[in-house]
Design a protein around this ligand. Structure first.
Ligand SMILES: [Ca+2]
Ligand SMILES: [Ca+2]
Length: 375
């Protein structure tokens, strides 16, 4: 979020011509956008919310164009009347703009000739919507723009907004309808809906490295648009249909398989993520692993005790220790073992909620895992 935009004629590198595109200014301590002594500046698809001064001020400039600009809450944090759009000795075009809930006027022009706004929305400005040489013109409305979150600075239009499809004709609109008034067009495109998926649940706990897993999703689009699919695993695109077989590989103990479903329309994406947690090594019954392995710690989170599964290549003593996140040792024990697979249950009932690191050492080989206690 930007603080403010100031363009002055006496700046070190003056900008007299140009455009300000898609800027969002939130809680500026002065004017949100201040244009002074410019020749020709366009402000496009931009918004100012809760500026302490006027949201958009232009003075002593030849020509300012405001296209699809939303200004809300000017005069925030002050008792002074501050306007949404304030022009002084400046020619201007105002079209497709929203000026609402400002402490002063919605549109206030002094000096120069009359300026007529078009296809714009003015609403709930404390002093009034128009003042001085500012006048309402073709297509203007004075009804509630129904922002998604006026108090949080989310100035997107909600489905109830009267600004939808009321902007200038023959302008770009992302969902292909008539343009909407304001900086943020309403998205009438409904995203794809997932009706079923495999594996279920999407938090996967009982899989091992090397497993081939069949992923599958059933989805449709409310408007019936054709869907495309992208399966991503370990930053690689694995497939583009509604199902994909993916071989899980190590060594991280937390991985994600991510599916992106796209209807091809404006913001028409639904994502689905499978989390692969605490993968064990591949089980091969009858073949002991050549190294000491901690294959699983479960349940995770646990309360009050959990179990670790170990694969032990030779006999010896397992030195087990558990640390909390502050590095303090909360458990230490030594257990004589023989070669094979074994499980050890660990009691954490005396511990505080939090993450713990479990270390097990056998003949100088240390394995570890992380586990959480939630009380
Ligand atoms: Ca529209
Ligand atoms: Ca759709």
């Amino acid at each position: 979020m930007l603080y403010s935009v100031f363009i002055f004629k006496n700046a070190i590198r003056p900008v007299f011509y140009g455009s300000i595109d898609s800027v969002e200014i939130r809680t500026s301590s002065a004017q949100g956008i201040l244009l002074e002594g410019c020749i020709s500046i366009a402000v496009n698809n931009s918004s100012v919310w809760n500026s302490r001064g006027s949201a958009l001020y232009a003075g002593n400039s030849q020509f300012i164009t405001l296209n699809f600009v939303t200004v809300v809450g000017a005069g925030a944090g002050t008792a002074n009347a501050k306007d949404g759009i304030r022009l002084s000795n400046t020619g201007a075009t105002v079209r497709g703009c929203i000026s609402a809930y400002n402490r002063g006027f919605g549109f206030h022009a002094t000096g120069g000739g009359g300026i007529v706004s078009t296809y714009s929305c003015f609403y709930e400005n404390t002093e009034g919507n128009f003042e001085g040489n500012a006048f309402s013109g073709t297509g203007d409305i004075e009804t509630n723009p129904w922002f998604v979150g006026r108090n949080s600075g989310n100035l997107a239009l909600s489905a109830a907004s009267t600004c939808i499809d009321q902007g200038p004709a023959n302008e770009f609109d992302p969902d292909g309808t008539r343009s909407d008034i304001g900086a943020y067009p309403f998205n009438s495109n409904m995203v794809p809906v997932i009706t079923n998926y495999n594996p279920f649940p999407s938090t996967m706990t009982n899989y091992s490295w090397g497993d081939e897993v069949n992923f599958e999703v059933f989805a449709n689009d409310p408007e019936g648009e054709e869907l495309t699919y992208e399966w991503w695993y370990r930053d690689v695109l694995r497939g583009t249909s509604s199902q994909e077989t993916i071989t899980l590989v190590g060594p991280e103990d937390l991985q994600e398989v991510r599916l992106i479903i796209n209807d091809g329309g404006y913001l028409g994406i639904t994502e689905k993520v499978w989390s692969v947690i605490e993968l064990g090594v591949e089980e091969r019954i009858g073949n002991l692993p050549p190294t000491f392995v901690l294959s699983r710690a479960y349940p995770n989170p646990f309360n009050p005790s959990f179990t670790i599964d170990l694969k032990v290549p030779h006999q010896g003593n397992i030195e087990l220790s558990v640390f909390n996140v502050n590095g303090q040792k909360v458990l230490e024990q030594s257990t004589a073992v023989t070669a094979g697979y074994l499980s050890m249950q660990i009691d954490g009932s005396a511990w505080a909620s939090g993450s713990y690191i479990v270390l097990a050492t056998l003949r100088g080989e240390t394995v570890q895992t992380r586990i959480s206690l939630i009380k």
